[in-house]
Design a protein. Structure first.
Length: 377
């Protein structure tokens, strides 16, 4: 398959006029525009980009990654199909604060699904969001499951998953957190999350090996001029920070400020979506708790925001609408998240030898063609 004459988004986060060839599930050639011959698509005037990479997503299309506790893999397949239809080609299934027994059941069920092609978006690992959090900043996490860091529990669960935990979240001020971070950061990316940490405590977490921050500003102390907290420490030390660009979790001015502050290389757009993504208003669940979705906003009964009801593809378009440069927003939805969780050798850019996860976007940034592993959806 040849895609010719498109505006190709490169690893350098810039568009160039080029042709690309997809063969046997891989990007085999990137060549000057008009130089490749053969059957294909004329993408003149269109953007040819990597598929979106969502490293923080709980559910979509009525399905939840954690529904797999009953042993069924249909929920993950439902998510995969919906995400693929939107242009998300890679995702990390994200858990909630649960007991080890529940998490073990989830990981056993999904283990055969990692790297499985053919359903849509490809599940390429787990984001273990919880249970090592501060109860004061639990957000929509169930307090009864929240515990102090337990490295042995993490190791057991990682083994059950087939060593597919790519991101684990922790509040760095908890007893034992520094030791946990030193240990876990040798096996996956460690992210600061759901925390009341001071600037100094967060700095200590980064020094121990944390490199990431989960949904910046949300479920953490506010950034102020005398108490910069986790946000200030992230500015100093984080390799990457996540933001939810649904227009609800963060004001558009804050989104613009984050990109200006952290730069184009350190921001990851995420959806943090729950099962209501792609669904109508109504009542849903997240982590065993009732969630009410109205006008695109998901909340617990007490009004606490409970994830999002959006999709990463929409977050990308929102970022551009909010004033983030196109190339910067696209990098934050593809290259940066892939780098953050160790997947950039496989996905995240239009590069010879990588998976043929490719989108052709029109001027409105909507996907006209979606390829996952070279297969058109």
């Amino acid at each position: 398959m040849i895609i010719r004459n498109g505006k190709i988004f490169t690893e350098n986060a810039e568009f160039i006029a080029a042709d690309i060839e997809l063969e046997n599930g891989v990007i085999t050639k990137v060549a000057p525009a008009g130089s490749l011959q053969g059957e294909g698509i004329d993408a003149a005037g269109k953007y040819v980009t990597p598929g979106f990479v969502d490293i923080h997503i709980h559910g979509s299309a009525g399905a939840d990654f954690c529904d797999t506790t009953d042993g069924s893999d249909e929920y993950v397949k439902t998510m995969s199909k919906y995400l693929g239809s939107q242009g998300v080609t890679t995702f990390l299934g994200t858990t909630m604060a649960f007991s080890e027994e529940i998490l073990e059941g989830i990981f056993k069920t999904v283990k055969p699904l990692f790297e499985q092609e053919g359903n849509g978006a490809v599940l390429r690992g787990v984001n273990m969001e919880g249970p090592f959090f501060n109860k004061e900043k639990k957000g929509a996490q169930a307090e009864k499951y929240i515990i102090c860091p337990d490295a042995e529990m993490f190791d057991r669960l990682n083994e059950v998953s087939g060593n597919n935990i790519r991101l684990v979240d922790i509040a760095p001020e908890l007893d034992g957190s520094v030791e946990f971070i030193r240990h876990a950061s040798q096996k996956c990316t460690v992210s600061l999350a759901h925390t009341s940490a001071t600037y100094e405590q967060a700095k200590e977490g980064f020094a121990a090996g944390a490199s990431h921050v989960t949904h910046l500003f949300n479920a953490m102390p506010a950034f102020t001029h005398r108490a910069p907290g986790v946000v200030g420490a992230a500015s100093d030390d984080a390799a990457h920070v996540e933001i939810i660009c649904d227009g609800i979790h963060l004001h558009p001015a804050v989104i613009r400020a984050v990109f200006q502050w952290f730069g184009k290389d350190r921001v990851c757009l995420i959806s943090d979506s729950m099962r209501a993504s792609g669904m109508p208003n109504g009542e849903y669940t997240l982590g065993g708790q009732k969630v009410i979705v109205k006008d695109g906003k998901a909340t617990l009964e007490n009004g606490t925001i409970a994830g999002s009801a959006t999709c990463l593809a929409a977050c990308f378009r929102n970022a551009v609408k909010f004033g983030v440069p196109l190339e910067t927003a696209l990098k934050a939805a593809t290259i940066n998240p892939a780098q953050a969780v160790g997947l950039f050798d496989k996905v995240g850019s239009i590069t010879e030898g990588k998976r043929a996860d490719v989108l052709i976007l029109n001027e409105e940034l909507m996907p006209e063609y979606i390829f996952v592993g070279g297969n058109q959806l």
